[in-house]
Design a protein. Structure first.
Length: 81
């Protein structure tokens, strides 16, 4: 479901019900372009889980790279010890 930002004010309750109970995603548009979305809590949890998995994968890859600096040295350089 796509809704213009100007019209969402009058239809917010309906849009929220569609998302919460119907599993729909509502795309908010301005001048015909999507600018934001209203998604269910389940969809949000999935997005966050995917982000976490991508972060873990990137961190593991970074740890394998040569020339990395140990955390203790970084903290010392920043005066955090």
């Amino acid at each position: 479901m796509n809704v213009a930002v100007a019209k969402i004010r009058n239809n917010l309750a309906d849009a929220l019900n569609r998302v919460a109970y119907g599993g729909e995603r509502v795309v908010l548009e301005r001048r015909g372009k999507g600018i934001a979305a209203i998604v269910s809590m389940d969809d949000l949890a999935l997005l966050e889980r995917l982000e976490d998995e991508a972060d873990i994968k990137a961190a593991r890859k970074a740890r394998k790279e040569k020339g990395s600096i140990p955390l203790e040295k970084v903290k010392a350089r920043l005066g955090m010890e």
